[in-house]
Write a protein that binds this ligand. Structure first.
Ligand code: AMP
Ligand code: MG
Length: 317
């Protein structure tokens, strides 16, 4: 079934066939995952990878995450180590990306991994992504479906806002449940978190029975492409604010809403819910024509760590 946008489609068997045909032909499509919407293409195809980088305006030094149906599909391309196996068992399919060694005979195109000998792999949980990954004969290279440095999309309409008719297929899977990008964990040596997410450091440490370090707050260890300027709604963002300036949009946690300029991430102070609403509210505020966003203090625990990471980088724009 088609809706009012010419390139947004509700997922069904017929559209699955069309999707597979598009991907086999090297096309790039928009599709939902449980974290954010992705811009997916054949990870083994130079042509598809080049399209993704071009559409996004993404620097070639920023590697793409490679998405698989399950561990059996991934073992052809990457070396699976003991840490990976434990985390995979506990969290996959789900919102976590693992940095692993690329196998010598891996078919992943070197452009997708930005010439590195490591690969970021993920196993998304969303049923649309899984139905596709199960049927195709290659993994999907899939960054978030937004132009580089901008806010990630959490609905099919958001993807349309980013690329309009430049892609011919956007699959509608409703609003993303998680709403922020996956946790990225580097498993090449001692496990470390490169990008915080809903699966936080304490959950990973508990599963591996290890103390885990962060890399995202140490400039020298940051992963390639972990750009400081990112997640930008296109207007100035000020964080850790405690006083409304009277005219900007004010993002906060909790119930008390003084006037129409106030936008709550979660009325119940639930940090997972807050994370899932962040990008939706960024886009809403931009659409309403505000010139600036102020954000109150967000507790730096659990998913609050991931929220603070994203809003700090949004404020660097
Ligand atoms: P995005 O595609 O925008 O969700 O971002 C992907 C994230 O994964 C970026 O922060 C990349 O730097 C990181 N990433 C992907 N592949 C690798 C890799 N091989 N090594 C280190 N980081 C990676
Ligand atoms: Mg992204």
């Amino acid at each position: 079934m088609k809706n009012s946008y010419s390139n947004i489609f509700t997922f069904n068997k017929k559209i699955l066939k069309k999707t597979i045909k598009n991907l086999n032909n090297g096309k790039v499509i928009g599709l939902p995952t449980e974290t954010v919407y992705g811009l997916g293409g054949n990870a083994y195809s130079k042509k598809s990878i080049q399209k993704i980088f071009k559409l996004k305006g993404r620097p070639k030094t920023n590697p793409l995450i490679i998405h698989y149906y399950n561990i059996n599909y991934a073992k052809e391309d990457v070396v699976l180590n003991k840490y990976f196996k434990k985390l995979y068992k506990k969290f996959c399919p789900g919102p976590i990306t693992f940095i692993l060694k690329k196998k010598k005979n891996s078919k992943i195109h070197s452009y997708a991994s930005a010439g590195l000998n490591t690969v970021g792999v993920r196993f998304p949980k969303h049923k649309v992504a899984r139905s596709i990954l199960k049927e195709i004969k290659f993994p999907l290279a899939m960054p978030s479906a937004n132009r580089s440095t901008r806010v990630s999309p959490v609905s099919a309409e958001d993807v349309y806002d980013e690329f309009k008719e430049k892609i011919n297929l956007i699959l509608n899977g409703g609003k993303c449940k998680i709403g922020i990008e996956s946790t990225v964990v580097d498993l090449i040596n001692d496990p470390k978190i490169l990008r915080p997410g809903i699966i936080d450091k304490s959950k990973i440490a508990k599963t591996l029975k290890l103390k885990i370090n962060n890399s995202y707050d140490q400039k020298k260890n940051r992963s390639p492409g972990m750009m400081e300027k990112h997640y930008s709604p296109g207007i100035p963002v000020l964080i850790n604010q405690n006083k409304h300036d009277g005219k900007s949009a004010f993002i906060y946690l909790g119930k008390k809403c003084r006037n129409k300029n106030f936008f709550s991430l979660s009325k119940n102070l639930d940090l997972d819910e807050a994370a899932s609403n962040l990008y939706k509210i960024f886009r809403l505020i931009k659409k309403k024509g505000y010139r600036k966003i102020q954000i109150g203090k967000i507790p730096n625990k659990g998913s609050g760590i991931a929220i603070n990471d994203r809003i700090r980088r949004a404020s660097n724009s």
